[in-house]
Design a protein around this ligand. Structure first.
Ligand code: ARG
Length: 297
């Protein structure tokens, strides 16, 4: 169920169980957002520089964009003392079981102590909403950062699993057992791309946007084997402007940081409709569109 190279993958992508696109988005209010410590290279130098009023305006524009695209926001309030909680992609991995339609989440085990206390707030919110809430088996070497590193292949019951900086590969063995899902593993090579969602953005079942420098040869071979069209973001835009931390909710629109001009042009030339957003306050903490939201069924 875990794959590191294309060699032994038996099921072609279009023969895997299909999954509906999630149609709601979980967002966390940026009331207490800040850069108070540096746990990734992007945060260094930005401690204390967040303009909270500007961050709130940028977050409201993101929320309004989803509403305009008919994706309904579900809000979990940010909490004092948890300045990174606004990055709501990281505390859970939502799932839908294709055979039973059961909805659930797997809780993250955050790599850094600074973010550990975010997770129970999401556990409570999902429990209250009637989801199946699963924890990973205890193992001191097992860390997992939700959809920062585990990304669903659009429309398919197939998971991509990044590891190397935040998530440990052991997490994917546990997830494959829990969900009975095939997982394609991608080892991350470069600490600017510390989460898979900083360098890998599946847009449709056939299209993906990537930052090539983040991957090694086996990882790149896996990506090449599973997607018909690979759109490469220029390294400076991916590394510094988070071009690949974009999000395509509907096979057409791509929400993306506005300064990624070349990437935006490449998306347009491939038939996508970019929706540009200013996420500059969140880039200071090492995040943009993709990690500011969690899609849920
Ligand atoms: N400061 C946060 C961290 O380092 C940013 C997380 C951004 N999320 C993401 N999925 N890339 O954990």
């Amino acid at each position: 169920m875990l794959y590191r190279t294309p060699a032994n993958i038996d099921l072609p992508p279009d023969q895997r169980p299909s999954l509906p696109r999630p149609d709601r988005v979980l967002l966390t209010t940026p009331t207490y957002y800040d850069v108070e410590y540096a746990i990734n290279p992007h945060m260094s130098g930005n401690v204390g520089t967040v303009n909270r009023a500007a961050a709130l305006q940028q977050w409201k524009a993101l929320r309004a964009t989803y509403q305009a695209l008919d994706v309904s926001p579900v809000i979990v309030d940010g909490q004092p003392g948890l300045p990174d909680m606004v990055f709501s992609a990281n505390q859970t991995l939502p799932f839908l079981q294709p055979d039973t339609n059961e909805r659930g989440v797997i809780l993250s085990r955050m790599h850094s102590a600074e973010r550990a206390d975010e997770v129970p707030h999401y556990a409570d919110a999902f429990e209250d909403a009637g989801y199946r809430v699963e924890a990973l088996p205890f193992d001191e070497n097992l860390t997992f950062e939700g959809m920062g590193d585990a990304v669903w292949h659009p429309g398919r019951f197939l998971l991509w699993g990044g590891y190397g900086f935040r998530t440990q590969p052991a997490a994917y063995g546990a997830i494959a057992n829990l969900l009975e899902v095939p997982i394609l593993l991608l080892e991350l090579q470069d600490d600017d791309y510390y989460h898979l969602d900083t360098c890998f953005c599946p847009l449709t079942p056939e299209h993906v946007l990537i930052a090539p420098a983040a991957f090694n040869d086996p990882g790149r071979a896996l990506i090449d084997a599973q997607f018909d069209t690979i759109i490469e973001a220029p390294d400076d835009e991916a590394r510094h402007q988070f071009a690949c931390n974009a999000h395509c909710p509907d096979d057409t629109h791509v929400l993306i940081q506005e300064s990624c001009e070349h990437t935006i042009d490449r998306l347009q030339r491939n038939g996508f409709r970019p929706v540009t957003l200013d996420t500059s306050e969140f880039l200071k903490a090492g995040g943009s569109v993709f990690c500011l939201k969690q899609m849920i069924w």
